[in-house]
Design a protein around this ligand. Structure first.
Ligand code: PGA
Length: 281
């Protein structure tokens, strides 16, 4: 690869968790203190990856402070585990009861914010316009968006997948450009809806085809630099057993992991196996 290698990126999207109570304390214990599964906790095991890699955890809003304070993860040496928020409101302040805004997240030392996750788009009605405004709010508050895109099964079966993803990408990047925010160095997550949370992952070829298409859109509608500097994660039923084949694809730079990230051992294996596959291509 002639161009400088992009740093691979892996994210644990804990969503709303699985259990009724004590999600945060359970995860804090399992990720940062229990050593049974490998002789060392997640953040220590992570240091054995030995390559340049970025890792983030996206807990619920209410757990962000606890995770940072109780684990001290932002201050630990070596490969850092950053904190991502699962969503944001696009205004910074005002009469918007219930919302979590950019300044609130920035204040908590959040680095990344997931915008346009399919569960937000389909369960809560986030439109392309909302997602674009959220991506702007993230940049305005000096954080970085993880811009999620992806088609549903109906759209794929009807051959609409490329149009849908193109519209999702262009609405965000046009808005970033219009508002004077960087269109380079952004992180995108391609998450086909039909592969999320059901154990049916896209084949490495299906994922690669869409990642390549996203690069082409960015190069033709914006410029080569926007395309070359974008990192594109794949998301949708990623596991320790399918990560290597996915990461071996030319345009796959990382993974956004839901279900498997609830188990620190699986998430560690995904980061390690994925990083090795990435640097061997
Ligand atoms: P999954 O979720 O890994 O459970 O499919 C991925 C996501 O929704 O980000």
């Amino acid at each position: 690869m002639a161009e400088e290698k992009r740093i691979p990126i892996f994210g644990a999207n804990w969503k709303a968790g699985k259990e009724k109570t004590n999600i945060t304390s359970r995860f804090i214990k399992e990720y940062f203190s229990i050593s049974a599964w490998r002789g060392e906790p997640f953040h220590v095991a992570l240091q054995t990856v030995g390559k340049n890699v970025e890792v983030f955890i996206a807990p619920s809003f209410t757990s962000i402070s606890d995770i940072i304070q109780k684990t001290g993860i932002l201050k630990k040496p070596g490969i850092k585990i950053n904190i991502a928020a699962q969503d944001i409101y696009f205004e910074d302040n005002g009469p918007y009861t219930s919302t979590v805004t950019g300044p609130m997240l920035k204040d908590k030392a959040v680095k990344y914010v997931i915008v346009g996750h399919s569960e937000r788009r389909y369960e809560f009605g986030d439109t392309n316009e909302d997602v674009a405004k959220k991506a702007v709010a993230v940049h305005r508050n000096n954080m970085l968006p993880i811009i999620c895109v992806g088609e549903n099964l109906h759209e794929r079966e009807n051959g609409k997948l490329y149009d849908i993803v193109e519209e999702q990408i262009c609405s965000v990047f046009n808005e970033l450009r219009l508002r004077g925010h960087p269109t380079v160095d952004n992180v995108i997550a391609y998450e086909p809806l039909w592969a999320i949370g059901i154990g049916e992952t896209a084949t490495p070829q299906q994922a690669q085809e869409m990642h390549q298409y996203i690069k082409e859109i960015l190069a033709t509608k914006f410029n080569k630099n926007v395309a070359d500097s974008a990192r594109i994660m794949y998301g949708g039923s990623v596991t320790p057993s399918n990560i290597a084949d996915l990461m071996a694809q030319q345009d796959i730079d990382g993974a956004l992991v839901g279900g498997a990230s609830l188990n620190p051992r699986y998430f560690f294996e995904i980061v390690k196996g994925g990083t090795e596959a990435y640097y061997s291509k």
